[in-house]
Ligand binder design. Structure first.
Ligand code: SAH
Ligand code: SF4
Length: 344
């Protein structure tokens, strides 16, 4: 197989078979060619602007027990917190002051907040003129609908892996089918749907990563976040090897080739694994960054994985730092809310 010709073909047609994706993932010699092609597709379809979304980690309480995650319910080494609705809205107000046009409200999956409280928070933040992305896990259809009616625009729910058996092993109390149902509900309700996967889970194969990429295309996801799995010492996977930065970048670049017009974040986990990892991601297909706007100790307490960047920084500092990096690359911070502009 001529892999360079294959990349050129994917750049033109945005199609690859599973076998072709596997061949590209398995070959290190083509990496730079792949990243450059993804960068060109990014520029052609979504332009040079980088969309910033202010991330508010409003609660680390979680009723789930995902093996990889530091917020899992069995982890007793976590100081649990949940911000009051007024505090969440206050952080969104500050995010607006820092110039963000979108906030991402993320938390563990829990019932700490009633549906009325959540929808009220959404309504109040929406009234500030901000676009709202939610990332609060699996919910019933009616709850998603209530969030949408209240004004939420987007929803992030990674499928994590399309390998059903691996999913069962990693997420003991959860069902892959229910997660898939959630993604279908969200799409049907009119959310912009964000999904994605972890790279480097124990037992994960290159074949299944290829299937993940094809799954994103099949469900026509609007945003796709790819992050390396980073072993957390407070979890059952503490001794595992963890994901590889370059492999994560390759999965991300292939996603850009196959889904040219989607929004792709340069994920925090990439930067946590490698200095300037987000910059490399922005040069290999990504067009979104989600700087943290959570304040004080909560940043540290929201520890999905160790080595999380910027835990001692302020939201104002993060905003300045990332803008500087983006401009330093010759790109610019977008002036709009950054909804997906579908090319067909
Ligand atoms: N509770 C929600 C949102 C918070 S978790 C949910 O699970 O959807 C957000 C993401 O963090 C998860 O989707 C997962 O992919 C990622 N994550 C969790 N633990 C991680 C780890 N150890 N390394 C890298 N990413 C991790
Ligand atoms: Fe909870 Fe999400 Fe972590 Fe799973 S990944 S334990 S649902 S916070």
């Amino acid at each position: 197989m001529d892999l360079i010709a294959l990349i050129e073909q994917a750049e033109r047609t945005h199609e690859l078979t599973k076998e072709q994706i596997i061949a590209l993932l398995n070959n290190a010699a083509i990496n730079e060619t792949l990243f450059a092609a993804a960068d060109r597709v990014r520029r052609l379809y979504v332009g040079d602007e980088v969309h910033l979304r202010g991330l508010i980690e409003f609660s680390n309480t979680c009723g789930q027990n995902c093996l990889y995650c530091g917020l899992r319910r069995d982890n007793e080494n976590v100081v649990r917190y949940h911000l009051k609705p007024d505090e969440i809205v206050a952080l969104a107000e500050k995010a607006k002051e820092y110039g963000y046009q979108t906030v991402v409200l993320q938390s563990g999956e829990s019932h700490v907040y009633s549906l009325v409280e959540m929808t009220e928070v959404i309504r109040r933040i929406k009234a500030l003129g901000l676009a709202i992305t939610l990332s609060v896990g699996e919910k019933e259809t009616a709850e998603y609908q209530a969030y949408k009616i209240a004004g939420a625009d987007r929803y992030l729910l990674r499928i994590e892996t399309t390998d059903r058996e691996l999913y069962r092993n990693m997420d003991p109390d959860m069902s892959w089918e229910n997660r898939r149902r959630c993604l279908a509900d969200l799409k049907q309700l009119g959310f912009e749907v964000g999904t994605g996967c972890l790279v480097g889970l124990p037992g994960q194969t290159v074949e299944s990563l290829a299937e993940d990429i094809l799954f994103f295309k099949e469900i026509d996801a609007d945003m796709i976040g790819i992050g390396p799995f980073i072993p957390n010492p407070d979890t059952p996977l503490s001794k595992e090897k963890g994901g590889d930065f370059t492999l994560s970048l390759k999965v991300m670049a292939l996603v850009r080739l196959l889904l040219p017009d989607v929004n792709i974040p340069a994920t925090t986990a990439m930067e946590s694994l490698k200095e300037n990892g987000r910059i490399l991601a922005l040069q290999s297909g990504a067009n979104v960054v989600m700087p943290n706007v959570t304040e004080g100790d909560y940043r540290r307490f929201y520890a999905l994985y160790p080595g999380k960047i910027c835990v001692n920084d302020t939201p104002g500092h993060c905003r300045m730092c990332i803008s500087g990096k983006i401009e330093g690359m010759g790109r610019k911070v977008a002036a709009d809310q950054g909804f997906r502009r579908k090319s067909s």
